[in-house]
Design a protein around this ligand. Structure first.
Ligand code: NAI
Length: 332
């Protein structure tokens, strides 16, 4: 039996984790979940939102499914997510944004893969207060990180029959940092003559995405633009409740939804587990469990096709009812 680390998070994390574990269990796939708590709820007991045991567990099991955790603002703790990505060198953040059955959105046929660099840029966390009225944050872009994320995007395109990889920067203004990212993209692209290239500035991309998103295929972006653009793309396909993600490195992979811990609906049985479930489906494909991934995906899509929705998608189902419906549809 495969052992997978499960970080059940805080806020709505435990509710949606429970739902996803139930669905996978009902599919017939046996997984030994190594449950690890992290986030705001463990700070008091363990003095840190990301205890060492969590990293040890992922290093042992190689694969983790992660529900969201709250990042306390301005309390001296670094984000668990940023720390995880850095400690495990999960350099690629993969966020597929595709229309899902029966979820009404402005555009049909959106199918965009956002590949976000995950380890540097303004997320390097190098900030200082230079005087009472001035703060500085340093943007780090390196050749090594930029080349490997561009290579990841092109490799993904080849493996998944994608036609184009478009690089997104603001290299007209940040000529050195974004300029370096662009230069790396151009160098790497030469090794992939069958994949079309395209270069776009991030402000223009945002405008194009809200007017005509269907024109985009794979996007590769430095960390900050990737973070913002992937939320925009999540909005195109029905919102955060259905936006999945994965953080992938050479040795480890952590699958997690794009959304946060949604403290506003915590404990109300309202949360949509779809984004975590889609992330888990991607995880099952990643570890070679394609049969069960397909079976669960079919049951989820059938549920959506029937118009069974949680409140974020305009429905009236609780998390528990929505989960039960997916389980019902597993054996149809
Ligand atoms: P959020 O994504 O938690 O919530 C934004 C809005 O979307 C809220 O109205 C929320 O109710 C709704 N929403 C999100 N997920 C939903 C779901 N599955 N079902 C139904 N509605 C859902 O963003 P927010 O409020 O900015 O962040 C809350 C906390 O989460 C912060 O501490 C933030 O740092 C953290 N966070 C954690 C992430 C992670 O663990 N990967 C990612 C993003 C934020």
């Amino acid at each position: 039996m495969k052992t997978i680390t499960l970080i059940n998070g805080d806020g709505i994390g435990p509710e949606i984790s429970e739902a996803v574990v139930k669905i996978i269990d009902a599919s017939g796939l046996k997984i030994d979940w190594d449950v690890q708590t992290a986030g705001a709820d463990v700070i008091e007991r363990e003095g840190t939102p990301l205890p060492d045991r969590v990293l040890k567990s992922i290093k042992k099991n190689k694969i983790a499914l992660k529900a969201p955790v709250t990042t306390p603002i301005g309390k001296g703790f670094r984000s668990v997510n940023v720390q995880l990505r850095k400690s495990l060198d999960l350099y690629a953040n993969l966020r597929p944004c595709k229309n899902r059955p029966n979820i009404k959105t402005k555009f049909d046929n959106v199918d965009i893969i956002v590949v976000r660099e995950n380890t540097e840029d303004l997320y390097a966390g190098i900030e200082k207060q230079t005087d009472d009225d001035t703060a500085e944050s340093i943007k780090i872009i390196t050749r090594n990180a930029s080349e490997r994320i561009c290579k990841f995007a092109f490799d993904y395109a080849v493996k998944n029959n994608r036609k184009e990889v478009c690089v997104v920067t603001k290299a007209n203004i940040m000529k050195l940092s974004d300029g370096l990212f662009l230069e790396c993209y151009r160098n790497i692209s030469k090794d992939y003559p069958n994949i079309k290239t395209r270069e776009i500035l991030v402000d223009n991309l945002c405008m194009q995405l809200v007017q005509n998103p269907v024109q985009f295929d794979v996007l590769v972006l430095p960390n900050l633009y990737g973070d913002i653009v992937s939320d925009l793309c999540a909005g195109l396909i029905g919102g955060l409740g259905v936006a999945q993600g994965a953080n992938i490195g050479e040795d480890y992979a952590v699958f997690e939804p794009v959304h946060g811990s949604a403290p506003d609906i915590k404990g109300q049985n309202k949360a949509n587990p779809t984004a975590l479930l889609l992330s888990a489906i991607e995880m099952l494909k990643y570890i070679g469990e394609d049969f069960y991934a397909g079976k669960i995906e079919k049951a989820l899509f059938k549920t959506l096709e029937k118009g069974v929705f949680t409140a974020d998608l305009g429905g009236n189902k609780t998390t528990t009812e929505f989960t039960a419906e997916i389980i019902n549809n597993l054996n149809d």
